[in-house]
Ligand binder design. Structure first.
Ligand code: SF4
Length: 344
């Protein structure tokens, strides 16, 4: 990648994703307290050292498993089309607000630093999303969402920002109108860009320089014109003053990843820092397990602490740390170990 030639520097990187750092004038980090840097240092350290601490640093909580799009590369679309329902055994539903309140209450003073309000669905569809953001912000947490921005009107932008949203990540999969609408089925390119532009305006009007904004796209497999696409994508979002730009590697649904080359020793960093909570309260260790093969607990009947330190989760971590991740069928079949060897 010609990052250096373009005067760009690489920022955060995970096995399946990397991003470009914001230019100085758009950088939100100088507007955050030192405690944020400590949190990010702990995040990296847990992934690197395989030490889970006594509580997750971060929770991914799904406000809903409903979505307003049918994106081509999304596992959700694949499951809907093939009639698989392991990811939504109780159908399409929103997270109960009382359960959400319980999760936040469990976590106060326990070391939790951040929540991301989404997992399988589109969070803006939850009618109480601003209230959920506000509850987490009042608990002193960094509050993030991933969104397709289809429903992000000016009114909702203002409500979310005033409620204390600190990080918003726009999922936008091509800089070109035709390709975008072909991938993000149901979304209108110009309307969504307009929504993002109005979010950026509201943020500016409210003087919220600490709020992180990012646009990211999944890179299509075998993309021939990658440098041009990346360059046009960067230009599109930097013109809108979006700070970070991210590129992710795709997981191809239905592919047999267990037959592809992957490292013998692979330790999934997320096992030591975050916990995923489905819209019905069932908990999993990662975003790679939509089919719920790795359930580690249930917040309807357990505290986060019990789940995080429980036998199921401990055994899972131990399998990875001892070089036996392939003994776990979901991990053996997962794309992440393979993608960790692929150049983004
Ligand atoms: S399924 Fe296993 S290897 Fe894949 S992301 Fe989850 S924990 Fe990591």
């Amino acid at each position: 990648m010609t990052l250096k030639a373009n005067g760009l520097t690489e920022g955060y990187r995970s096995p399946t994703y990397y991003e470009l750092t914001a230019p100085t004038e758009l950088d939100w980090r100088p507007h955050r307290p030192l405690s944020y840097l400590t949190y990010r240092r702990d995040w990296d350290e847990r992934g690197r050292t395989g030490k889970a601490g006594v509580y997750p640093l971060h929770l991914d909580i799904d406000p809903t498993n409903r979505c307003n799009l049918r994106c081509r590369m999304c596992p959700r679309t694949h499951y809907l089309e093939t009639g698989q329902n392991d990811w939504a055994p109780f159908g399409l539903a929103d997270l109960d607000l009382a359960l959400y309140e319980k999760i936040i209450a469990f976590s106060v003073g326990e070391g939790l630093q951040s929540v991301k309000l989404n997992f399988l669905g589109e969070p803006l569809l939850h009618p109480k999303l601003p209230q959920m953001v506000s509850l987490a912000a009042q608990a002193g947490l960094w509050v993030m969402i991933n969104t397709n921005a289809v429903a992000l009107n000016r009114y909702l932008s203002k409500k979310l920002l005033k409620a204390g949203l600190t990080d918003i990540f726009f999922s936008f999969d091509s800089p070109y109108e035709k390709e975008y609408e072909n991938i993000r089925v149901g979304a209108r390119y110009l309307a969504v860009l307009d929504n993002i532009a109005s979010f950026m305006e509201v943020k500016e009007e409210l003087g919220l320089k600490h709020v992180q904004t990012r646009a990211s796209m999944v890179i299509g497999e075998g993309e021939r014109d990658l440098e041009r696409i990346k360059s046009d994508y960067i230009k599109l979002f930097r013109d809108l003053k979006v700070a970070e730009i991210g590129f992710g590697l795709p997981t191809v649904m239905g592919r047999d990843y267990s037959s592809l080359p992957a490292p013998d020793h692979f330790v999934c960093p997320d096992l030591f820092r975050r916990l995923f909570i489905f819209n019905d309260g069932i908990c999993g260790p990662c975003c790679g397990d939509w089919e719920r093969r790795l359930i580690v607990g249930d917040v309807n009947t357990q505290t986060i602490s019990e789940i995080w330190n429980g036998e199921i989760y401990q055994k899972l971590r131990q399998s990875h740390l001892s070089g036996h991740y392939r003994d776990i069928p979901a991990c053996r079949d997962c794309s992440v170990p393979y993608l960790s060897t692929v150049e983004a």
